[in-house]
Design a protein around this ligand. Structure first.
Ligand code: HEM
Length: 533
């Protein structure tokens, strides 16, 4: 009896082995027959590590450009619009970086024509839930998740153009405050020199707080029952980001109670949760007293949305607050920097803005009585808003600045749901992590004078325009594209028009940059002077 069992087991084992060998044979032949996997970057691991841990400077985001140089004699990495290469990774079998926008679009949005389905988000994104990595939020959920889809659809109302127009009142108040601040800077010992990164972070956080979350962020070090200390919030959010990035490589880091940085991270988590709670409770309190002035701001929609737990709701508030201010602040800072660096662009832009701006400056004694004037629209008029947001040259300038300085410089990453064939001989296998490197992609070799700021390249006279439009995805594309794109563009266009029309800006020294979580100016100092109209 025993010998029959042994023979039976031996036969099964041999069959299993043969099946495994056959599978391996067919799979590997399949790969050989249908395309080559792009090669590893020929850099040493220590070199790559050095680049990846660098925080200051642009070294990290220019990585692809260096690889491009190194691989220039390797035809298999080149497709029409850029290079694609393989990176060493401890987390997945294959990790690729691509600077080709056609590959990026296929990965990020799929294609009905060629039956390619949109790829999923990587599970590595879990670190972007700052309140509790075990709970999912809008950003960390998988695309297939129904709760995410439901919430995203519900929140889309807040980002429609008619809803955004109602936010003008908050932008106007913030602009008036900012103008007062600029004037006091001009008359102070600082002689009008502004630290653009710091100032714009505070400015856009203030607008987002009021318009979207119904809460005041203060920057004088104070905090009341219905306001949040903005300086503390910005510091804690920064600490949190640094902490979570460390968590990716050390999974049980939270157990390291002796590490001061771990403890700081825990304090930041607790603080950010309290901020989300405060925003929600403050909203609920005001809603009961019907203090919403006829609007349905995002916080109200979040409050109405069914969530599996309180922490899940708080996590969405936290991520929307995080995603909604520094992104716009840094993109706007880069826009201002490029306009200021190019006097001929600035001059053209000023003429275009002046053609629609009210004759009476914002905040002057006449402001409010200007409806009497037949010559121009009043400041808060919706027609004026449409006129400003529709300014062609201004839009080209913003687009061009976001092409050169995509704050999401490392782009979007996805995990392939199927093999992706590229051209004749390249294949990115199913299960691979593919990262689209926006910074290098938007400065591709195929673009005329790719590293120069030329807003005119967005005109229909440019034969490259169709390709440029396909390539321009600083807000990503597909089902996971940025939820706040309309809001960000709306705010940037209005603020740009008002800032440039009322004040003049000049660089005081060469700026420096940093990539940490996103691309940002490090030192960007500008001298402000008020324009006389
Ligand atoms: C210039 C400003 C902004 C830029 C450049 C930007 C860029 C991006 C990018 C590239 C993504 C996609 C990431 C990926 O594919 O994995 C994204 C996602 C997202 N953004 Fe933005 N963003 C900006 C402003 C905003 C604002 C103002 C908000 C909201 C108030 C916002 C909320 C979000 C959310 C919720 C997601 C996640 C969408 C999802 O996963 O379904 N963003 N953003």
């Amino acid at each position: 009896m025993l010998s029959v069992d042994v023979n039976y087991a031996a036969v099964c084992a041999v069959l299993l082995l043969v099946t495994m060998l056959l599978c391996y044979y067919f799979i590997s032949n399949d790969r050989k027959g249908r395309g080559k996997i792009p090669p590893y970057v020929p850099l040493s691991v220590s070199e790559i590590t050095r680049i990846y841990v660098s925080i200051k400077g642009l070294e990290k985001v220019c990585f692809c450009d260096r690889v491009k140089e190194l691989l220039k004699n390797e035809p298999s990495v080149r497709s029409k619009y850029g290079i694609t290469f393989r990176m060493p990774s401890m987390k997945v079998k294959y990790a690729f970086q691509t600077t080709d926008y056609e590959i990026s679009r296929l990965v990020l949005q799929g294609s009905h024509e060629t039956n390619i389905i949109e790829s999923e988000k990587s599970q590595l994104n879990y670190v972007l839930n700052f309140l509790d990595p075990k709970v999912f939020n809008l950003v960390t959920h998988l695309t297939a998740n129904k709760d995410r889809e439901h919430a995203r659809k519900a929140y889309a109302v807040n980002f429609s153009y008619s809803s955004l127009q109602k936010q003008w009142v908050f932008i106007e108040t913030a602009l008036l405050e900012e103008f007062t601040l600029f004037r006091s800077l001009i008359s102070s010992d600082a002689k009008g020199v502004m630290n653009v990164k710091k100032e714009m972070l505070q400015f856009f956080l203030r607008i987002l707080g009021r318009s979207t979350f119904g809460i005041e962020f203060t920057f004088d070090g104070t905090e009341q029952e219905d306001s949040i200390n903005g300086l503390e919030y910005l510091e804690m959010q920064e600490t949190m980001c640094r902490d979570r990035i460390m968590d990716v490589n050390i999974p049980y880091r939270w157990l390291m109670f002796w590490d001061a940085n771990v403890r700081k991270g825990q304090v930041a988590t607790k603080y950010l949760k309290e901020v989300s709670d405060k925003i929600l409770f403050n909203h609920q309190k005001r809603r009961r007293v019907k203090d919403m002035a006829g609007r349905t701001p995002l916080i109200d929609l979040i409050d109405q949305e069914p969530y599996p737990s309180h922490i899940a709701k708080a996590s969405d508030i936290n991520i929307l607050l995080f995603a909604g201010h520094d992104t716009t602040a840094f993109s706007f800072s880069f826009f201002l920097m490029e306009v200021v660096r190019h006097p001929e662009v600035k001059a053209k832009l000023l003429v275009e803005i002046a053609s629609v701006m009210p004759k009476v400056p914002l905040g002057s004694d006449l402001h409010g009585r200007q409806e009497q004037s037949a010559e121009s629209l009043p400041h808060c008029d919706t027609k004026l808003m449409s006129a400003i947001t529709g300014l062609e040259y201004l839009n080209w300038c913003i687009k061009e600045a976001m092409r050169l300085w995509p704050i999401s410089a490392f782009g979007s990453s996805r995990v392939l749901s199927q093999d992706l064939h590229v051209g004749e001989d390249l294949v990115l296998p199913k299960g691979s992590l593919v990262q689209s490197m926006f910074y290098s992609m938007f400065r591709g070799d195929w673009i005329d004078r790719a590293n120069e700021f030329i807003p005119e390249r967005w005109s229909t006279a440019n034969p490259q325009l169709p390709q440029l439009k396909e390539m321009w995805i600083p807000f990503s594309t597909g089902k996971r594209a940025c939820l706040g794109m309309n809001l960000a563009l709306f705010q940037m266009r209005l603020v740009a028009a008002y800032f440039l029309h009322h004040f003049d800006f000049e660089l005081t020294c060469e700026p420096t940059f940093e990539f940490f979580v996103n691309l940002k100016p490090d030192q960007l100092l500008m001298k402000i002077t008020e324009r006389v109209h």
